[in-house]
Design a protein around this ligand. Sequence first.
Ligand code: ZN
Length: 186
Amino acid sequence: MTHDELTLIMQTLHFAADRHRDQRRKDRQASPYINHPIAVAEVLSAIGGVQDAVTIAAGILHDTIEDTETTAAEIEARFGHEISEVVEEVTDDKTLSPDLRKQLQIDQAHLKSGRARLVKLADKICNVRDIVEYPPDGWSAERKRRYIAWASAVVDRIRGINKPMEEYFDTLHDRAQAHLSLNASE
Ligand code: ZN
């Protein structure tokens, strides 16, 4: 990675931290939201072995359009077209119902660019890992099971893009299953 690329990544971190500054995750501790995009970038690099700066930067920015006031045009102006394109690809259309958005993620996952699929895979890994390790407050075992089944259905449409991340997801999935059946009475 060049110095310019490292600087770009630091700038996306600064930008995402600022945009997500008032948001919290759904876990019991209500962790700062920015922990999630940082975890996605870490998974891409540490588990996926991804060295492409555009993919890492898009991983850091992946929830800014969907969950903050940020626009694609703004990301393009600051970080360039390649990055904004990937972030747009992983952004759900919030004018649609949650159920339809979930279905579209399954239906369209395989149509996404390679970079977008990598970000999606890392995102699903982090979300499933959080459900096992830092469960969202108030989620029943059934709701967790449904989420994990959906995440798995999306990942199944992405397979073939990054073996280490796919295997890591499978391990997590098995752990989640074991954990949820142990807690089936919840
Ligand atoms: Zn995310």
